[in-house]
Write a protein that binds this ligand. Structure first.
Ligand code: IMP
Ligand code: MG
Length: 177
């Protein structure tokens, strides 16, 4: 069994998401926004975030190639593209966690070629110490240290997404992944 330790409890996540949603609502000041969630990890954060936005909101999802285990491939493949036309729209890309930054850098580049009015990034968690490309989210709920975490949508090999708290994973022999 993997050992799991709580890093951020549910109540802290809920209140911080509300704060960030309020900040986003203030910034967009009534302008409509197209929220694009990055599947699968962002599904829970996206659901919580949009329900706290005081703005006209459209929601779409994109799915890109993900990690096998805990290692980034560095390659971005689109598994599921968005269904909407974002030309002239304010796009808010919503991600579960930013690690190396490669995924969102490429995704933002790809989507900006479709002519949105604006494009911003909102992440639930950020591990800036792991960054290999220059990418700073416009909105970030929690900056966390370099540990592998699960819960609140985040998985380890497909498991643990449903946890309400965010937990650090320590694999069987107590080595971190
Ligand atoms: P990046 O391109 O390295 O920034 O990759 C970010 C993606 O890696 C996230 O969307 C997650 O799917 C995955 N990821 C990075 N760190 C973690 C973690 O600690 N737990 C679970 N997934 C992670
Ligand atoms: Mg992801």
């Amino acid at each position: 069994m993997d050992k799991l330790e709580v890093m951020i409890p549910e109540d802290q996540i809920i209140s911080r998401v509300k704060e960030v949603a309020a900040e986003i609502s203030r910034d967009y000041n009534g302008e409509p926004v197209t929220v694009i969630g990055v599947l699968t990890g962002a599904f829970i954060f996206c659901a919580d975030l949009v329900r706290n936005l005081d703005l006209p909101v459209k929601i779409d999802f994109v799915q890109v190639s993900s990690y096998v285990g805990d290692t980034s491939t560095g390659e971005l493949k689109i598994k599921k593209d968005i269904s909407s036309d974002i030309k002239g729209e304010n796009v808010l890309l919503v991600e579960d966690i930013i690690d190396t930054g490669r995924t969102l850098l490429k995704l933002r580049q790809m989507l900006s070629e479709r002519g949105p009015k604006s494009i911003k990034i909102c992440t639930a968690f950020d591990k800036p110490s792991r960054r290999v490309v220059e990418l700073v989210p416009d909105y970030n709920c929690f900056t966390i240290p370099d540990s592998f975490v699960v819960g609140y949508g985040l998985d380890y090999d497909g498991e643990y997404r449903q946890f309400k708290d965010v937990k650090i994973v320590r694999i069987d022999d107590e080595q971190q992944p």
